[in-house]
Design a protein around this ligand. Structure first.
Ligand code: AMP
Ligand code: FES
Ligand code: ZN
Ligand code: ZN
Length: 326
């Protein structure tokens, strides 16, 4: 198999692009795809600061690496979820990535900051573990970005993730979620902008990017997510992609182009009076106490004692002066 660009030995074929790449041209391809996503969806303006949510998995570490290689001013933010050895290993790999490259990493450890963790919060909530976990992460990403004055929060959701979420939302006609399914959600009502710069790249490409760029990542999947619906949709779409290369991208980008606008809520259409600050933590919410604080309360977390502490604390500082390339 030959590289489409240089005719050298290729290490990855991309059937949906009818191409194959060597290490150097795969790296360039990934960078071009991220640049294009950022431009097409106007994710980041010159001079803006981005907080990258880094789990320690291949996608978010590759994302941080890629954004830096595009000279975007960004720091990492990692949440310690307290899911046993899985979380410990994720934190270790995230810290090493930042330390080896002299990057600034902020952290929030659920147990030390709030006195609870995902398994305990999931046990008391009547939600699936991933739902309590997702709620906590979204809350903390927003809080950390606002606290640190960042313009946007970037997550490592890739094409496979977004296509699977879309598939689930279409299958069940969750129209309110379809209206919010976009690679960029503008800042509003006290929430920072959310961006997904990897939407043009697949999981397989991100794994290959990490390997050729010497990025060590957490290979294990979250043990609490095993068997969930999202993973099933991913497997089903992977089968479809195998039979029809490009089907996933056609489905997802076709939706954005042809249908997404039809599901968007017009400003003010939600009918409520807009968000008000949570009585406990001050985060924007629909009234009273926000969902995250309610979850903490049910989990018996002694949040009141640490109410004024920062959400995100730096664990790694940028070397002075920084060495340039990531
Ligand atoms: P997931 O919700 O596990 O599919 O992860 C989606 C994205 O959320 C990842 O690509 C990261 O950008 C972010 N993320 C997930 N887990 C964490 C974490 N523990 N700390 C920081 N960011 C995370
Ligand atoms: Fe959140 Fe697994 S990472 S439940
Ligand atoms: Zn090449
Ligand atoms: Zn709150």
């Amino acid at each position: 198999m030959k590289c489409t660009v240089c005719r050298g030995e290729a290490l990855l074929d991309l059937r949906r692009h009818n191409a194959a790449f060597c290490a150097e041209h795969l790296t360039r391809f990934c960078r071009d795809q991220v640049r294009r996503a950022i431009e097409d969806f106007r994710m980041v303006a010159p001079g803006e600061r981005v907080l990258v949510a880094v789990s320690g998995g291949k996608d978010s570490l590759a994302l941080w690496h890629l954004l830096r290689s595009l000279d975007i001013d960004c720091d990492g933010f990692h949440v310690g979820l307290g899911i046993g050895e899985y979380s410990d290993a994720s934190t270790r790999v995230t810290r090493s990535f930042a330390e080896e490259r002299g990057l600034r990493l902020l952290e929030c450890d659920l147990r030390s900051r709030y006195g609870t963790d995902v398994p305990s919060a999931a046990a008391v909530s009547r939600r699936a573990p991933c739902s309590a976990c997702g709620l906590s992460k979204r809350h903390l990403f927003d809080a950390a970005a606002l606290e640190g004055g960042y313009d946007a929060v970037a997550t490592g959701h890739n094409l496979d993730d977004e296509a699977a979420v879309l598939f689930g939302n279409v299958l069940h006609w969750h129209t309110e979620y379809l209206g919010r399914q976009s690679p960029v959600l503008p800042a509003r009502d006290g929430f920072p902008r959310k961006i997904k710069p990897l939407v043009r790249l697949s999981e397989r490409e991100m794994a290959a990017y990490c390997i050729v760029n010497g990025i060590d990542y957490q290979v294990d999947e979250c043990p609490m997510a095993a068997g969930n619906r999202h993973l099933r949709y991913k497997e089903q779409l992977a089968e479809l992609e195998l039979a029809s290369p490009g089907a996933k991208a056609a489905f997802y980008f076709g939706f954005l182009r042809e249908a997404a606008d039809r599901f968007r809520e017009a400003p003010g259409e939600s009918g409520d009076g807009g968000p008000v600050p949570c009585e406990r933590c001050g985060a924007p919410c629909s009234g009273g106490i926000c969902a995250f604080c309610r979850l903490l309360e049910r989990a018996g977390a002694p949040m009141a004692e640490v109410d004024d502490a920062p959400v995100a604390v730096p664990v790694t500082f940028r070397r002075e002066p920084s060495g340039g390339a990531p």
